[in-house]
Every structure is written in C-alpha cells, then in structure tokens.
Design a protein around this ligand. Structure first.
Ligand code: KG4
Ligand code: ZN
Length: 351
C-alpha cells in the first residue's frame, strides 16, 4: 500500500470486530489513516436461513479471524511488533460471536505486552463519520441507523453524549430487512431494496411516515412494515412481482423521509450546525442523497460515514480506541467480560 508517511514511530492499533456476522480486522494509524480494513462477510453462510444463525456465526468467526488478521497486517505492511495498541468490540452483539474477537484481542495484548481497549460497537459507529477527517470529532447531532439500533444523540466530544431519542420498536435496518423479506428479497434485505429502488417510482405507493410530527426524537417503524403486509395481502403475486421495484422505492422512501425529517428536527432543536450519520443503513444511496439535500438547504454540515465504513468493520473500532487513548483514558482490564446488551454511555454531565 502506498503511504505518505512512514509507519515507524507512529502509534498503530490492530482492531478486531466480530459482534454479528462480519469477521473484521483493521490497522489504523494514530492520525486516523486506515492502513488496512479487511472484512470477511458471512452473508452466503446465513442466507439460506433468512437471517444470522448465532452458532454458525461464532464458528465461522473462529475459522476466519486469524486469516483476516494476517491479511490486515499484510495489507498494512507491518508485523505484530509494529503495533502499539489492541482493540476489540465488547458489545452489544451476539455473545458467542463477540467472544471470538474479544478473547483473541485480549490474548494478543497479553502476549505482546500492549494496552487493550474494549470498545462499544455503537460508539464505533457513532465516531466513524469523523474517521480520517483533519478536524477530528466535532460537536453535532448524531444519527446511528443499524440493524439493531436507531438512535439520535447530541455529541459534545469523545465519550460525551446525550440521548435525544430512539426507536420504540423496529430499528431502521430491521424495517428494511423485514420489508424486504415480505417482498421475497434475499437476506440481508437493505442492500437489495436499495438496488431495486433505483429503478422504481418512489411515489407509486403511499406508506405511513410514523411519528414525524410527534414533537420528540423517537421513532417507530413497525406500522410501516404492517402497512406493507396489508398492501401485499391485497395484491396477487404476479402484480407484486411486476411492481417490485416501485414497492421497494416507495417503502424505502418512507424510511428515508422519516430519518431525514427527524434528524433535521433534532439539529434545529439542539442548535447544532452539524449532523453525523453512521451505521449500516447510512450506506443507503437514497438516504445519503436525501440527507445531503436537506443539510445543504439548511446550511448544516453533514458528516457521513464513508460507504465502506458504514456497515460493520474494525476500522471504526480501532479509531474509537485511538481517540480514547489520546484522551488519556486508561486501557480496559483484561479481566473484563463481553456484554451482549452493552449500552452507549450517555447523559453523564448533561443538564
Ligand atoms: O451497522 P450494520 O452493518 O450492523 C449492525 O450493527 O446492525 O447494519 C446492518 C443493517 C442491516 O439491517 C442492513 O440491511 C442494513 O444495515 N443496510 C442497508 C444497506 N446496507 C446495509 N440498508 C439500506 N440500504 C443499504 N444500502
Ligand atoms: Zn453495526
């Protein structure tokens, strides 16, 4: 890999991420440059089951992790002795999947005598829009939209977050995946729907935009999925197949509009002038366009996670570890367990 600065003398982190169905390792330099970002996807393994099977996922992580780490080191043109830090995801996620990356990370840290940082997967997503940006992390409203979470936060700095609102039922990614399943699209449905929606008419069907006028920062997506189910129950299969692209475009448009309106309302309510958007759903092309238009129209600076770092990856875990290390935070004890239900630390020091 061509590099503008030599590696020696700079702090390098090796980060591991195995919280769900991607086996990922990355090498990130202390200035935020990603030297290697390797992701082994398990989509083909889980697709026949229509969703992630936890036992299959953990066993696949066990097989894939060391080859993925070797490839990351090779791509970064370093060996283990060049590393300064080790980081791994501690939660939230599937317990048996988290254990593979977390235990391997601690073992490497112990063997190499390096500090270990246990990272919250959601904090990895949250900070990812700032990865590699010269200005680093800045005050903003943050929207995390992933397969398991839909969160609106206000961010003052690294580790300094206030929760504004969350989903009351399905996450935005679940709304995509469950809607896609009803439409007979393969798992995971989000990217499939994104692709089909490009050739569909977003105004062909009218889907509800729940809670856009609720006056708070909460979301609800379960009614959207239900309205699709009712609509499909009235259509014959041939009509559904013929209108599939229009159905995808219209259903997607409802999710995109809800997310855009709620995010911009939170920006207005907090008086912040920047919006940072992350998580797998932030890879959606219609959402990226809609946010860019809305932020442009209101003079709000938009920080989008780079498309390849929007879905699960280890570079965001390494970046979060570097930021914590730089902020003087102590490394994590090697005796600390994983936590499948780990929550984002919020609201400390806020009025
Ligand atoms: O952040 P992520 O990779 O994993 C979690 O932490 O959950 O997010 C996965 C979610 C899935 O629901 C997937 O369908 C969705 O992100 N997703 C998308 C797109 N790419 C991934 N949803 C809509 N459009 C996409 N292009
Ligand atoms: Zn994620």
């Amino acid at each position: 890999m061509a590099r503008d600065q030599p590696v020696k003398g700079r702090e390098l982190v090796l980060a591991l991420e195995t919280s769900c169905d991607e086996t990922a390792a990355a090498v990130v330099r202390d200035d935020g440059e990603v030297l290697a970002n390797v992701v082994a996807s398990q989509i083909a393994l889980h697709r026949p089951h229509g969703g992630v099977v936890p036992e299959l996922a953990s066993r696949e992580h066990n097989l894939a992790l060391l080859p993925v780490v070797s490839e990351a080191l090779r791509k970064a043109e370093i060996d283990l002795r060049d590393l300064g830090l080790i980081a791994a995801t501690a939660g939230p996620g599937l317990a048996s999947s988290l254990l593979v990356g977390n235990t391997s990370g601690k073992t490497l840290a112990l063997a190499l005598g390096l500090p270990f940082f246990a990272i919250n997967h959601l904090e990895g997503h949250l900070l990812s829009p700032f990865l590699g940006r010269a200005g680093g992390v800045q005050g903003c409203v943050a929207l995390i939209v992933s397969g398991g979470h839909t969160l609106l936060l206000e961010l003052r700095g690294v580790g300094d977050y206030r929760l504004l609102g969350a989903t009351r039922d399905d996450a935005a990614g679940e709304a995509f995946d469950k809607g896609a399943k009803l439409l007979g699209l393969p798992y995971p449905g989000g990217p499939e729907m994104d692709q089909r929606a490009r050739s569909g008419n977003a105004a062909a069907f009218d889907f509800p935009r729940s809670m856009v006028d609720s006056g708070d920062h909460e979301f609800s997506f379960s009614g959207l999925k239900t309205s699709l189910r009712y609509l499909l129950a009235k259509m014959d299969p041939a009509a559904m197949a013929e209108r599939l692209d229009d159905l995808c475009a219209s259903y997607q448009a409802a999710i995109v509009e809800i997310l855009t309106l709620k995010a911009l309302a939170a920006v207005r309510a907090t008086g912040r002038r920047a919006l940072a958007v992350s998580g797998g759903v932030s890879r959606n092309s219609a959402l990226r366009d809609s946010l860019a238009r809305a932020c442009g129209g209101e003079g709000v600076e938009l920080f989008l996670a780079p498309a390849d770092l929007a879905t699960d990856n280890a570079a965001m875990i390494g970046y979060a570890a570097l930021l914590k290390h730089r902020a003087g935070q102590a490394p994590s004890p090697l005796s600390e367990d994983i936590d499948p239900n780990l929550e984002l630390p919020v609201n400390a020091g806020w009025p």
